[in-house]
Design a protein. Structure first.
Length: 409
């Protein structure tokens, strides 16, 4: 089987990296001969970061996506007119699509109100697969709401053509139902199936010192920072105040980037500049550890698993906390946070970005510590079901398309 995975990258946002790696790990275990194309927005960096022999990198930078659209359109016309392959088979993406069995789109925050500026890229990214009549599976993500006229029109045009939309939560299911769609089923986030190794654990041991003190992790987010700025909320000062109070209370604090690009100062998919700002205002303190290294998604999961509690602004830091039964407080900006917390019965530990305060966060950290055993029990009771659902998803796309997606779900 051959798969094209779009909407991900091995570098930058480690949530996207974790999803890509989870797909490759699990589908490779279904069949060692499976091969993958990763259609990535960071092709140069990902070519260096790619550790898989069965993965080929394809260029999905915005410029390449536009060019590829027209080249694949030409290829589709050539095929329709039954022209010889020499007219179109020199194009790399066309050949990959024609060779593939499935196109797995893992784009996050696509077809969501308020994110209309990304719609053109999201649509052009998957149109080549539609033009060449390949089955597209939209891997588990949050979608909707669809109240914005442009988003609703685009979603109504494109989403019905997807073979299977994997809704990541109940709220997303309701949004898709309101759009009148029938081609969706509920599946948990793919990153729940990410596998780690003893080597991943060894790679992060140096960041966590043996100490009788509680260790609190903080994952800041450039996205939440920008949204707070628009509301006049001083996000960094709140995190600074929380950190200082936690230290006064006898804790150690580890601040890390879950989305990082070390080769640029651009802030898209990059929390490193924000991390540096926070480190500067915190100053030097033996009880504060700043992790500014480019860790893999698996290494970050092991790091998060070593915390007593995590304060997470990044969504996939939340997923790793759940996977390691770590009490987590989220500073979210989308229904995607709440629908995951709701599944595990821990939705009390969430604060919307426009309602955050130092007092609220400190109170939730203390509440999570008191309820630590109860939180772990709720997670451990539900996590096997989540992983079993993902096994079914992998099973449904590990055989021939005509044999699987048409089965009753």
């Amino acid at each position: 089987m051959v798969y094209i995975i779009s909407g991900v990258a091995f570098t930058g946002n480690k949530g996207a990296s974790g999803m890509a790696e989870a797909i490759i790990q699990n589908l490779s275990s279904c069949d060692l001969d499976n091969r993958f194309y990763v259609y990535t927005y960071y092709p140069r960096q990902d070519a260096k970061a790619n550790l898989y022999d069965n993965v080929t990198i394809l260029d999905a930078t915005p410029k390449a996506v536009v060019i590829n659209f027209f080249l694949v359109l030409w290829s589709a016309l050539c095929i329709l007119l039954k022209l010889p392959g020499s007219f179109y088979k020199k194009h790399r993406l066309t050949n990959a699509i024609l060779e593939s069995d499935y196109w797995l789109d893992t784009s996050g925050i696509s077809f969501v109100d308020g994110r209309e500026k990304f719609l053109i890229y999201n649509i052009l990214s998957i149109l080549p697969a539609l033009m060449l009549k390949r089955k597209i599976v939209k891997m588990p993500q949050a979608l909707g709401p669809f109240n914005n006229r442009i988003n609703r029109w685009c979603s109504s045009l494109i989403l019905p053509k997807i073979a299977l939309i994997c809704s990541r939560g109940r709220a997303t299911c309701r949004h898709l139902e309101q759009l009148g769609l029938k081609n969706y089923s509920f599946y948990p986030d793919i990153a729940f199936s990410l596998k780690t190794s003893p080597q991943d654990r060894q790679a992060v041991e140096g960041y966590i010192e043996d100490s009788p003190k509680r260790i609190i992790g903080i994952s800041p987010s450039q996205v939440v920072y920008g949204l707070c700025q628009k509301k006049g909320i001083n996000y960094l000062n709140i995190l600074k105040g929380v950190t200082e109070e936690l230290i006064k209370g006898g804790c150690k604090v580890v601040v890390f980037a879950h989305s990082i690009r070390t080769d640029t100062q651009k802030t898209h998919n990059n929390d490193l500049p924000l991390l540096i700002q926070l480190a500067q205002i915190l100053g030097k303190n033996d009880d504060i550890r700043i992790v500014d290294k480019d860790l893999t998604a698996s290494q970050l999961r092991e790091l998060i698993g070593s915390f007593d509690t995590l304060i997470a602004s990044r969504f996939h830091a939340l997923i790793s906390a759940i996977c390691t039964s770590t009490p987590v407080i989220t500073l979210g900006w989308s229904h995607k946070y709440d629908e995951v917390l709701e599944e595990f019965g821990i939705s009390d530990y969430s604060v919307k970005y426009n309602e955050i305060s130092e007092g609220k966060l400190l109170a939730l950290v203390e509440k999570a510590q008191v309820a630590r055993d109860d939180i772990a029990l709720r997670i451990e009771n539900h996590l096997p079901q989540v992983k079993e659902q993902l096994k079914k998803l992998y099973s449904s796309i590990s055989g021939k398309p005509e044999e699987n997606l048409n089965k009753k779900r």
